[in-house]
Structure formats: structure tokens, C-alpha cells
Design a protein around this ligand. Structure first.
Ligand code: MLT
Length: 242
């Protein structure tokens, strides 16, 4: 029997074999974009001060990236817009990234899981394959929705629901997979958005906030299904492409 659980926040995560952290708008989309465009690694940091310190120790090929209230903190060379993580800017670079919810969720998941990955729509099929392979081996899998400052996020839960639905589709031994209430709810929440990711971001609180902040084009980047087919895997303190 394996447990396939969704957590709506990075608190109360049970011990698990595999965790997939989702922050569709925008941290885990930016991470997949950076790694697909040749960043050596992405180093998640909890705070702006910690990020500055990690970047200082990282040397010349290190770039500071992230946001607070959606925009880059003073002295950061990149924000958290996936469109900034071009090959020209991040290729061959170590990226130290701190974001309000996504990087904190990642570090919280690390203390509960043996293997931590990040998922989003831009690397959806790659992460789906990781989840299906884990379930086939009867491992426990936790999908951790980063949410928004302690609140529920529609887009993270919809992405989690799509993962649950497609991971279970024709899975051998489906009957031996136990879902929690949040996983069952995510299946329902995802339904109206299956092929309608633009509408999902219109409905989502954070989608509207990003539009207000002038990041409307990020929303298109964040719904580009499978545009960045990588599996970001947290190894020690570094996210690397598997
Ligand atoms: C976060 O981690 O809270 C975000 O990714 C926020 C954002 O930059 O849109």
C-alpha cells in the first residue's frame, strides 16, 4: 500500500519517500526554466539575507534571483519571472533563489522526504513520469502545494489534481494507492481547468496579483505545458536537472 497525499501547505507534511513541491506562479516554473536553459543548479534560500550570503560564498558564476512582493529585492540581478531565466542569463550559472512561498516550501519538504522534486506545468510530463514510477514501486508520494503566505492557491491545487488524476490513470496496482482528502479534493478542483489553463490563472488570486504588478506575460510562460522538460531534483542544497 502506498500513500499518495496532497498537502495544501508546507506544514504538517508526513514522512514520505518522494515529495513534489508545486508553486506554479512562479517559483517552480522559474526553476524548471532555469535548469532547462543550462543553469548549473538552483540553490533555494529561505530569506533574502541567507540568499545574499549563499551568493557571496558561491563565487563569480553565481547570480542572485528571487522576489518579495513579486519584485526583486535590492541588488538582485534576476527576479522570479520565468521569462528572465533565458539561456543567455543563466547558462553555466549557479542561481541562488529566494521567493516568498516556493523556496520555503521546498526546504520544509526536504526535512520530510527522501527525494524532493519540483513540478509545474512547464515540466509536467517529466514529473508525472517520476510520480508514476514511484507509485509503481509502492513508494509514498507527497505533492506539496506551496500556497500563498499560508493560504490556499487554486493554481497549485489544480496542478496537483492533474498530477493525481494522470498518475493514477491505468496505473497497475491502483487499488493499493491510498489518497488523502486533499488529493481527492484536488481531483475535483482540477476538473474545470483541464485544457483551460488561461482561465485557471484568471480565476486564481495570485494570477490577478501578477497581472496587476505588470507580469501578465509571465502567466503565458507559466502555462506553457511541457515547454521545459526537466526533472529538478534537490540534492543537498542544490536543485539539479536529473
Ligand atoms: C512565491 O514563491 O511566493 C512566488 O513564486 C511568488 C511570485 O514570484 O510570483
Amino acid at each position: 500500500m502506498s500513500q499518495f497525499y496532497v498537502y495544501e501547505q508546507a506544514v504538517g507534511i508526513g514522512r514520505t519517500d518522494v515529495a513534489v513541491v508545486i508553486d506554479v506562479l512562479r517559483a517552480t516554473t522559474s526553476i524548471a526554466t532555469a535548469l532547462h536553459h543550462g543553469a548549473v543548479c538552483v540553490v533555494p534560500a529561505r530569506t533574502v539575507a541567507e540568499a545574499r550570503e549563499l551568493a557571496r560564498r558561491g563565487g563569480a558564476d553565481t547570480r542572485l534571483a528571487g522576489e518579495r512582493h513579486g519584485v526583486p529585492p535590492r541588488g538582485f540581478s534576476l527576479g522570479n519571472s520565468p521569462r528572465e531565466f533565458s539561456r543567455r542569463r543563466v547558462g553555466g550559472q549557479r542561481i541562488v533563489l529566494t521567493t516568498t512561498n516556493g523556496t520555503a516550501a521546498l526546504l520544509a519538504a526536504q526535512s520530510r522526504a527522501r527525494d524532493v522534486y519540483t513540478g509545474s506545468y512547464v515540466n509536467f510530463s517529466e514529473i508525472l513520469a517520476v510520480v508514476r514510477s514511484a507509485l509503481r514501486r509502492e513508494l509514498d508520494v507527497a505533492i506539496v502545494c506551496a500556497g500563498s503566505e499560508g493560504r490556499f492557491s487554486l493554481e497549485d491545487t489544480a496542478c496537483a489534481g492533474r498530477l493525481v488524476r494522470l498518475a493514477l490513470h491505468r496505473l497497475p496496482g491502483r487499488g493499493r494507492v491510498q489518497l488523502n482528502d486533499a488529493a481527492r479534493s484536488a481531483l475535483h478542483i482540477e476538473k474545470p481547468y483541464d485544457e483551460k489553463l488561461a482561465r485557471l490563472f484568471q480565476h486564481a488570486d495570485h494570477g490577478r496579483t501578477l497581472r496587476r504588478l505588470g507580469f501578465a506575460r509571465d502567466l503565458a510562460a507559466c502555462r506553457a505545458l511541457d515547454a521545459h522538460p526537466v526533472v529538478p531534483h534537490l540534492v543537498g542544497r542544490e536543485l539539479v536537472a536529473l
